[in-house]
Design a binder for this molecule. Structure first.
Ligand SMILES: Nc1nc2c(ncn2[C@@H]2O[C@H](COP(=O)(O)OP(=O)(O)OP(=O)(O)O)[C@@H](O)[C@H]2O)c(=O)[nH]1
Ligand SMILES: [Mg+2]
Length: 718
């Protein structure tokens, strides 16, 4: 393998709806570059990219795959991504590592749901995008209709570089309106015969050529001036304009291929190596210290791991991109996420599971490392002395949760290890061991995502598991003031126990001030605060503990024991056993016994007094509320909103964005169970959404009753 310098390297991410031919295109790109000698097929389960058992089982890409090819003395790193939306983590991390997206459109269907979704992913991170109309050999190929849909739904700045001469089963040629030549292919595809444009196509080609020239001129002022004075542009100038338009997303060049028949692929590769941006053209990333890290081939070595996986016989592999300097074998670097020193003992480039050892990789290149000690996705490795990290991939927040349990308790430990590995390979699967809910909660992007995870547990890790309904992490709090006294007294045989605690509790809200006088039962009690503990509870909210003891009725040394007692009750609220929060406690009186008082006595007195007061203080259940943002095609907005209302959702606003509406709402987590599946069925899979924890809020009375009832039934069962 040749060593490639920064200006010889292009990095592309393949995007597109599931089934639009990304993996098949990747196969053709590798074949034309001589990286593979035979082209596999997805149906034959022998492509370089879809090599994992689950991909063979399903006939879809599930993970992103790193590949490379070579063309005209340049290297194209390719990341093939999964088109199914539940696996968008692989799309987002690939877009981070690539400088340009190449998006396939299946010309049988034109723009599909995944096309729109992926187009938006690229838009969000401002990556240039090349369109590839694929499957032109198919009997149902419809070039014109697909193009119309693309212009309507994706962008009006799509510019045809080619059009097919004979779409359908006989497809073997395209007219290239940039080069103004016809590219004709044999049955095996491969390199084209470059011919003059036939007379009957001349006029159409001419018109489309003019459209390109105008668009190229638009992307640059100096080109525009040249265009005005000369009435046209040279090929060199057009290419310059296209490269700039592509880079700034002012233009989306469109190609015509059949990946299956290897038709049109060489010309696409030529365009990528010549016109697609390289790392030095793109905005430089900003590091954790706010500094811009320029792509400097002579700078200090620096790389970012955008993907980790676990491979048979090898173990963990980390896929990275070089952002500065040169990476060589045996280089010593520091993982700046955890401070661990790593030696890069073996350096590889990858085409799926096939790896080739290389001595060095330069700025912009993509490679893989094995045998690192403590490095995984989203870590930065730098030459010593460069103590900063990249901002990194912004993986989507989870939006689907389930509880999981091994069918056999003997498998608990094995399940833990397997889940850790699964998370390592797919950071969008998040594992939460909830002490509170006494459940292992798995968070992911959708039902299908977690079913695929289960497939791995069943078939690869051989751990039978069950999915259960995930519990909701409720909280409890109080709504009014209450008072309680409790005397703990025990006299049996030897040493006795005695402790008495008088306290008030009241709701705590941020910024509220403490009481100086408390009235109850016709009495008025002056409170003078002698000590204050403000405890930020691990589960959110606060407990404020005030020592208002006067005249030494309780020794200061017992105050921590009382607090301990309170905290025990804060962990099991009286209504549903959930964590309590946002309570202020005034301990204002009590009694001691000269011999029998000890810490245990006061802990118990404090605990019971608090428990009694809590029950009388109008206890309420709080539930987690999520901010939900849904992007939905305008024609489905009404259905989505009425569904949200059925989920006790509160719609906060709506905004139009192209042909979509963005709905912002607040919805209780309890009502979001399987939302991704429901939304998908309401919108025919055409909606996207995100959800993020916002705050805890009181549940309505009827819901509170239902939750308490469910809790007490569950308690009885146990
Ligand atoms: N006729 C025809 N079929 C194609 C072409 N490209 C891909 N296919 C077929 O379309 C199906 C899907 O192709 P893939 O390459 O797996 O599509 P993908 O975009 O990688 O799909 P995901 O991995 O699910 O996102 C397979 O059966 C391919 O053989 C093409 O150019 N022509
Ligand atoms: Mg695929």
């Amino acid at each position: 393998m040749k060593t490639y310098q920064t200006d010889q390297i292009k990095n592309i991410a393949l995007l597109g709806n599931s089934g639009s031919g990304k993996t098949t295109l990747a196969e053709a790109l590798l074949f034309n570059g001589g990286v593979i000698e035979r082209r596999g097929t997805v149906d034959g389960k022998n492509t370089v990219s879809d090599y994992r058992p689950i991909e063979h089982e399903n006939g879809n890409s599930i993970y992103s795959t790193v590949l490379y090819t070579e063309f005209q003395n340049k290297k194209i790193n390719i990341i093939d991504t999964p088109g199914l939306d539940d696996f968008s983590g692989g799309v987002i991390s690939s877009l981070y590592a690539a400088d340009c997206a190449v998006m396939t459109i299946n010309v049988q269907n034109g723009v599909e749901v995944g096309t729109e979704i992926h187009f938006r992913h690229a838009e969000k991170v401002h990556k240039p995008l090349i369109l590839v109309m694929n499957g032109l050999d198919h009997e149902k190929a419809n070039f014109e209709k697909s193009l119309e849909m693309m212009k309507d739904r994706l962008s009006s700045n799509i510019i045809l570089v080619q059009y097919p001469v004979n779409e359908g089963v006989g497809f073997n040629a395209v007219i290239d309106v940039l080069k103004m030549k016809m590219f004709q292919y044999s049955k095996e595809g491969g390199p084209a015969k470059v011919l003059d444009i036939p007379a009957d196509q001349k006029q159409k080609a001419e018109e489309l050529h003019n459209a390109i020239v105008e668009k190229a001129a638009e992307s640059d002022e100096s080109l525009m001036e040249l265009f005005f004075s000369n009435d046209t542009l040279t090929e060199e100038e057009i290419r310059k304009g296209i490269a700039k338009g592509l880079l700034t997303r002012g233009m989306f060049p469109d190609f015509c291929v059949s990946s299956k028949n290897n038709t049109g692929i060489d010309r696409l590769m030529e365009f990528i190596v010549n016109e697609a941006p390289s790392i030095t053209d793109m905005p430089a990333p900003v590091n954790s210290k706010g500094a811009v890290i320029k792509a400097n081939p002579a700078g200090p070595a620096s790389l970012y791991v955008f993907k980790s996986s676990i491979e048979e016989h090898i173990g963990e592999i980390n896929y990275f991109r070089v952002y500065s300097g040169k990476i060589t074998e045996n280089l010593d670097v520091v993982n700046t996420n955890n401070g661990v020193k790593e030696r890069l003992s073996q350096l590889y480039i990858c085409a799926g599971k096939n790896r080739s050892r290389v001595p060095e990789l330069h700025t912009g290149d993509i490679g893989a490392l094995v045998k690192l000690k403590n490095t995984k996705t989203d870590h930065t490795l730098n030459a010593p002395g460069n103590d900063w990290r990249y901002e990194g991939v912004k993986f989507p927040e989870p939006k689907f949760r389930t509880a999981i349990k091994a069918q056999s308790e003997h498998d608990d430990e094995k399940l833990g290890e397997a889940l850790n590995k699964i998370h390592l390979e797919d950071p969008t699967i998040i594992i939460e061991y909830s002490k509170e809910l006494k459940q292992i909660i798995v968070h992911g992007q959708g039902e299908y995502h977690l079913n695929i995870m289960k497939w791995h547990l069943d078939n690869i890790y051989k751990i039978p598991t069950n999915f259960n309904a995930p519990k909701i992490p409720y909280r409890e709090t109080i709504t009014k003031t209450a008072q309680a006294d409790y005397r703990h007294k025990k006299q049996s045989g030897g040493a006795g126990q005695f402790g008495e605690v008088h306290l008030f509790i009241e709701p705590y809200t941020e910024g509220s001030s403490e009481l100086s006088v408390m009235k109850f039962g016709g009495k008025e009690i002056k409170l003078s605060i002698r000590g204050k503990d403000e405890i930020d509870l691990d589960w959110g909210g606060k407990l404020v503990y005030l020592n208002c003891i006067v005249g030494g009725s309780i020794d200061a040394r017992f105050m921590p024991a009382i607090l301990k007692g309170l905290m025990e009750k804060m962990e099991v609220g009286p209504l549903t056993g959930s964590y309590a929060r946002d309570i202020r406690v005034y301990v204002y009186d009590g009694k001691m016994h000269p011999v029998d008082s000890n810490e245990i006595s006061f802990r118990l007195a404090g605990r019971n007094a608090f428990s009694m007061a809590f029950k009388n203080a109008g206890p309420k259940i709080l539930e987690p509320i999520y901010d939900v943002e849904i992007m939905v095609p305008s024609d489905r907005m009404g259905d989505v909103i009425s569904d949200l209302q059925g989920r006790r959702g509160m719609v906060l606003g709506m905004e139009s964005e192209k042909r979509f509406e963005v709905i912002k709402a607040r919805v209780p987590l309890a009502e979001m169970n399987k939302y991704s599946t429901a939304l998908s069925s309401i919108t025919g899979g055409r909606a996207m959404y995100t959800m993020k924890f916002s705050e805890y809020a009181q549940v309505p009375g009827d819901v509170q009753d239902a939750v308490i009832k469910a809790y007490s039934e569950e308690e009885e069962e146990e």
